[in-house]
Design a binder for this molecule. Sequence first.
Ligand SMILES: [Zn+2]
Length: 216
Amino acid sequence: MVKGAARVLILATMALGSIAPAGCGDNPTAPDQEVGQSPLQQCLTRAVFGDPANSQYILPFPVGASYPLLQTYCGPQNHGNGNQLAWDFTIPFGDPVIASRAGTVRVVVDTYADDDRIGSHNNHIFIEHADGTTAMYAHLVRDSATVREGDGVAQGQLIALSGTSGAPVEVLHFAVYRTWPNREGDDVPISFRNADGPLDERGGLVQGATYTALPW
Ligand SMILES: [Zn+2]
């Protein structure tokens, strides 16, 4: 659910032309920020993505697909505390979503209607990896999940279709958290080893740029 202040911010950014999804992956229980650092500074301190060649993650869509990045990290928009390193890709309704990294499915929610715009009503899947980090894939199409809780998932395996549940636009929200259950930990900076597209000086993806999934 988007709270009052956040809604004002969203409306303000939308008025400026942003189309970022409302309430996208907000995490109200993220750890407190350090005293003396602004939220932006706090986020940028964590936003070190490293060499993508060393990443254990691939883009969450199939090889050969290309999509623009709708929202990047540490932005002034509506990824809440603990979720500011998430990536939002603009993906047409019904296109496939794949596992970015192998793991075990912990949560599958795909019962919300595709036209339900309430931010917390996003269909989503959580996959825990061998090191305890957990990926979130959100705004999925209703009844599209091809995996169940407890399933082992291979990297690159189809898990669902990208949609609009809990979002005003077509979008896939992808984030990785340090711990499972994910809500107890911050998100962590991750890049994609098969992403063909521009990176900034931190190794992060660039908002508005298009990324193609290369063979990996
Ligand atoms: Zn998002």
